[in-house]
Ligand binder design. Sequence first.
Ligand SMILES: NC(=O)c1ccc[n+]([C@@H]2O[C@H](COP(=O)([O-])OP(=O)(O)OC[C@H]3O[C@@H](n4cnc5c(N)ncnc54)[C@H](O)[C@@H]3O)[C@@H](O)[C@H]2O)c1
Length: 285
Amino acid sequence: MAVHSIGVIGAGTMGAGIALVCARKGHRVHLLDTNQDVLNKAQSYLLEVLSKDVQKGRISKQQKEQTYRLVVPVQDMALLKESDIVIEAVPERLELKKSIFASLTEVCRSDSLLLTNTSSLSITEIAGGLTHAERILGFHFFNPAPVMPLVEVVRGKQSSEQNVTRAYQFARDLGKVPVVVADTPGFIVNRVARPYYNEALRILGDGIAEVDQIDRIMTLAGGFKMGPFELQDMIGIDINFATTESVYTNFFHEGRFKPSRIQQRMVQAGKLGRKTGEGFYDYSK
Ligand SMILES: NC(=O)c1ccc[n+]([C@@H]2O[C@H](COP(=O)([O-])OP(=O)(O)OC[C@H]3O[C@@H](n4cnc5c(N)ncnc54)[C@H](O)[C@@H]3O)[C@@H](O)[C@H]2O)c1
């Protein structure tokens, strides 16, 4: 089925990047957020990235203008009613995502594909009780969405085979590398990644090494592109904490996934990483 129009809900770290990925492939995108400041920031981000593309000779000025204009910031969900595909990227809270999908099933056509970028929540639970739940799937991009190739296509209990194929093909058309995964807590990548963050936080808590030492060891000696603390600051410590909490809860409190109090305190203090100017590192200067 041809894709003409896409809706992206949530214009934060992930939503803005996802909108760019779609616009670069020529799709018209309605980018929805309840916060006008976030929409303004998302537009500045798009301009900045596209201007760099021009400077580097990847696109012409005209292409930059065209791509920029394809992303239309909106605040009213009714404007998403003609979307062939909607990708939700609001914070990692089950009730919030459930309520958005409940509204989407009323607003959108029954053959639209409704995708969630959740990092860890159950697709089956998000879709539970909704009409045409066969069109609700996980579609998990990685941060930064325009750079990272992988997309986990998550098959919920009620997702239809036809829609799994549609989502898979859509990811391919976006230039991504899709992998179809089962609907289990944290899917594959975030399940594997939990010990990376949790052990680093334990080492910090036990006073064995400092934040920058752990990061440097993992990058210089371990060959990781980013250390566990730099990565948490980039992801958003609130988002990372919510993901760990959700994986822990859905694995029935298995100790190996237990969230860290250090991380919890950072969230309580509003030190969420790059997006607030301070996390494990200071970004204010
Ligand atoms: N940050 C990451 O590295 C990362 C990576 C992969 C997946 N994810 C997942 O993507 C989702 C979004 O994460 P993020 O980091 O972009 O979060 P974020 O906090 O940067 O952005 C979320 C946005 O959603 C908006 N929002 C809140 N309620 C809304 C509503 N009812 N309608 C419309 N917009 C609303 C907020 O204003 C905010 O701008 C989460 O499910 C997260 O787990 C995040």
